[in-house]
Design a binder for this molecule. Structure first.
Ligand SMILES: *[C@@H]1O[C@H](CO)[C@@H](O)[C@H](O)[C@H]1NC(C)=O
Ligand SMILES: *[C@@H]1O[C@H](CO)[C@@H](O)[C@H](O)[C@H]1NC(C)=O
Ligand SMILES: *[C@@H]1O[C@H](CO)[C@@H](O)[C@H](O)[C@H]1NC(C)=O
Ligand SMILES: *[C@@H]1O[C@H](CO)[C@@H](O)[C@H](O)[C@H]1NC(C)=O
Ligand SMILES: *[C@@H]1O[C@H](CO)[C@@H](O)[C@H](O)[C@H]1NC(C)=O
Ligand SMILES: *[C@@H]1O[C@H](CO)[C@@H](O)[C@H](O)[C@H]1NC(C)=O
Ligand SMILES: *[C@@H]1O[C@H](CO)[C@@H](O)[C@H](O)[C@H]1NC(C)=O
Ligand SMILES: *[C@@H]1O[C@H](CO)[C@@H](O)[C@H](O)[C@H]1NC(C)=O
Ligand SMILES: *[C@@H]1O[C@H](CO)[C@@H](O)[C@H](O)[C@H]1NC(C)=O
Ligand SMILES: *[C@@H]1O[C@H](CO)[C@@H](O)[C@H](O)[C@H]1NC(C)=O
Length: 401
């Protein structure tokens, strides 16, 4: 007991030095904490059919959704990340179970979000799941191809875009900036099958999105409605951000992440330039004190009204910035910003207040401000946190920091 205490105090003194000398994160603490939270979460889900979506920090249970929700892949994805980080088969067997549950979504032609669902499960399984059996690998590849085939049915040649939501169908093709995240599925399906149509669709969507969603300063419109008859822009507007002309922080984070991935698959400079310009907008407007974005970059911080953060925007962007660091080698810009965000997130952990009970990694996500759905845990905030943390750890190791 005493020896444990002594060891703990030596460790925490060592930690203090580490923190004052640089902003390095304590990776072992973070890993231990994440394992503990997700062990609790996995036990609380025993025997339940739903998929975690959001969670009130004061509740010990997450809200669950049905298999049709857009967020159902992220829990399985977090399980794969924990398997990658620990090599513990406990996480692998759960990940396999959860991805099996989302398998029917490969045939879903009713939404663009199938890319999120299948790439965070079967996509990560192929990368990190130590799937050694060739027949199983082929099965997963076929699921990715089938999902890409389903997504491709949503392509509207006149606008050059994939339809995101089915709202206004018949008069408008509704496209949201989030859709950039689903292109990865098409690029992977092209690698697997050699079917060039998948890449043509992805690049067409990426190109038109650059033209229409970005403003001069590289802030973004959340939604563009294209006239279904002639493909021209009918209107540009807002759904989850503050206003039509504001920049919803998660939307910009999706854009940075999506264009970074598009560059990684194509090597086309235009996409890297777009990702970097969007990253500049994001980085230059982060709050000085902790680098964790508010829910909207134009939210007024000076009128006395409460403005929540969005820890999901923070983790999505941090993961994208680490990728941009790997691409450009610009450490001060991208690695240091990602590190500052991850450090800032220490104050938004589910163990940061005694009254929090949610078995999650993070709290303080904003789902939808105008629906009073903020300061919650969100499954994809945790997922991108684990992705960013894993990449951060690898870079720190490689650089010998
Ligand atoms: C999630 O659960 C909380 C209670 O924990 C509830 O207040 C909230 O309305 C639920 N949200 C949704 C979207 O179901
Ligand atoms: C990967 O799986 C094989 C069995 O299919 C096993 O022998 C091997 O130890 C596993 N590798 C790791 C790193 O877990
Ligand atoms: C599995 O595929 C790999 C790579 O294509 C190949 O080298 C290996 O021989 C295959 N194994 C079996 C058992 O077919
Ligand atoms: C390539 O994908 C497109 C879109 O899903 C599809 O229409 C076409 O039939 C595919 N081509 C082949 C050779 O499978
Ligand atoms: C991809 O999936 C489509 C739709 O199921 C199928 O027609 C096509 O043959 C598949 N391509 C490959 C290379 O397996
Ligand atoms: C998209 O833009 C890139 C870069 O300018 C170009 O190489 C590509 O041909 C365009 N593709 C489509 C389908 O518009
Ligand atoms: C879409 O374009 C058609 C043909 O140019 C036009 O008749 C129609 O009014 C437009 N719809 C909207 C909603 O602007
Ligand atoms: C958005 O439009 C409103 C109303 O025209 C204006 O007051 C506000 O300054 C604009 N915001 C930005 C960021 O352009
Ligand atoms: C990193 O990015 C910043 C901001 O864009 C730039 O000023 C700096 O020159 C870049 N550094 C390197 C090494 O490219
Ligand atoms: C985080 O959420 C809690 C409610 O769960 C709230 O009291 C707190 O102010 C939020 N933190 C910040 C910095 O916004």
């Amino acid at each position: 007991m005493f020896r444990k205490l002594l060891l703990a105090s030596i460790l925490s003194v060592a930690m203090l030095f580490a923190v004052t000398e640089s902003e390095l994160l304590n990776s072992d603490d973070i890993l231990y904490y994440s394992i503990r939270q997700y062990t609790k979460l996995s036990l609380s889900l025993n025997g339940k059919n739903g998929f975690i979506s959001t969670g009130n920090p004061l509740s010990p249970e997450w809200n669950l959704s049905e298999v049709g929700a857009w967020t159902v892949g992220f829990y399985g994805g977090s399980l794969w990340m924990l398997y990658k980080l620990t090599h513990d088969d406990y996480w692998k067997s759960l990940a396999l179970e959860y991805q099996e549950r989302v398998k029917p979504r490969q045939f879903d032609t009713g939404t663009h979000d199938v890319g999120f669902v299948i790439m965070s499960t079967y996509g990560l399984a192929l990368e990190y799941g130590n799937i050694t059996d060739n027949a199983t690998r082929r099965e997963y590849e076929q699921i990715i191809n089938q999902t890409a085939t389903s997504l491709s049915t949503r392509f509207h040649p006149l606008s050059g875009c994939l339809r995101s939501w089915n709202t206004h169908q018949g008069s408008e093709v509704t496209v949201i900036i989030d859709n950039m995240m689903n292109l990865e599925l098409l690029f992977r399906a092209h690698e697997i099958t050699g079917n060039a149509t998948f890449v043509e669709i992805a690049l067409s969507h990426a190109n038109r999105t650059i033209e229409e969603h970005f403003r001069e300063d590289y802030g973004v419109f959340h939604v563009v409605g294209y006239n279904e008859t002639n493909g021209e822009v009918a209107r540009k507007y807002n759904a989850q951000g503050m206003a039509d002309n504001s920049t919803w922080s998660r939307g910009l984070a999706w854009a940075i992440h999506g264009y970074t991935t598009t560059y990684q698959f194509t090597g086309i400079e235009l996409y890297l330039e777009t990702a970097e310009k969007a990253a500049s907008y994001f980085i230059e407007r982060l709050p000085q004190e902790d680098s964790v974005a508010y829910w909207d970059f134009n939210a007024p911080l000076d009128n006395g009204e409460y403005q929540p953060r969005d820890t999901a925007a923070a983790t999505i962007a941090a993961h994208a910035f680490l990728n941009l660091y790997e691409i450009t080698g610009n450490k001060s810009r991208y690695f240091d910003t990602a590190e500052a965000i991850l450090n800032g997130l220490e104050n938004y952990k589910a163990n940061s207040k005694p009254e929090y009970q949610i078995p999650a990694i993070l709290v303080n996500g904003t789902v939808f401000f105008y629906e009073n759905d903020f300061d919650t845990s969100i499954t994809y905030a945790d997922f991108y946190y684990l992705r960013a943390f894993d990449m951060y750890r690898q870079i720190v190791e490689k650089l010998g920091l």
